[in-house]
Ligand binder design. Structure first.
Ligand code: SF4
Length: 52
């Protein structure tokens, strides 16, 4: 199943299920207009390239 970012939950004003369910708070959802966005983008590793 491909991730759809829990669009039904986002439309209902909720966070994605994996963000809500992460007991160590390792996941977060930050909008591009949030001041934390640039910081989190810098800390994020390069997007892995899928091998075919
Ligand atoms: S729970 Fe997380 S990984 Fe699964 S569809 Fe929702 S946003 Fe994507």
């Amino acid at each position: 199943m491909k991730c759809d970012l829990c669009m039904d939950r986002i439309d209902a004003g909720l966070k994605p299920a994996c963000v809500t369910g992460c007991t160590t708070h390792a996941l977060s959802l930050v909008g591009q207009d949030d001041p934390r966005y640039a910081e989190q983008r810098q800390r994020a590793p390069q997007r892995p390239v899928a091998e075919r």
